[in-house]
Design a protein. Structure first.
Length: 124
């Protein structure tokens, strides 16, 4: 019996997810720009969706993971749309992806909760 060859032209979902995270963690502008353009072309995000995610970040400042953020959105958004928004926020230096894949809001403009934390922080 001859084994049937399998087509392996598509990368696995896990490989795509890891590539996505690595691009966000590295934070290189050309890579981020290409990623944002590619995702925006594929998944058309609305301004309402972007504002919803930004407001959630302003309220909570940090999320343990993308799935944690997705759960906080209570099913109002699909994962590919959220990934597009996160990639854009990272490229605009509003969000940083930490080594443990948690997400932190770093845009202090207009964020009272984050500014209050900065005021309480010890000077180094």
């Amino acid at each position: 019996m001859v084994p049937i060859p399998r087509k392996t032209t598509k990368p696995s979902r896990r490989a795509k997810r890891d590539d996505f995270l690595q691009i966000l963690i590295r934070g290189r502008k050309p890579e981020l720009g290409r990623l944002v353009e590619e995702l925006a072309e594929k998944y058309n995000t609305t301004l309402n969706s972007i504002l919803k995610v930004e407001n959630l970040f302003k309220e909570h400042v940090e999320f343990n993971s993308r799935s944690h953020l997705l759960r906080e959105l209570n099913g109002s958004m699909k994962a590919p749309i959220l990934n597009t928004i996160i990639a854009r926020l990272v490229s605009e230096n509003k969000v940083v992806i930490n080594d443990d894949h948690s997400l932190t809001w770093i845009d202090a403009k207009g964020n009272e909760k984050l500014n209050a934390q900065f005021d309480k922080a010890a000077v180094m």
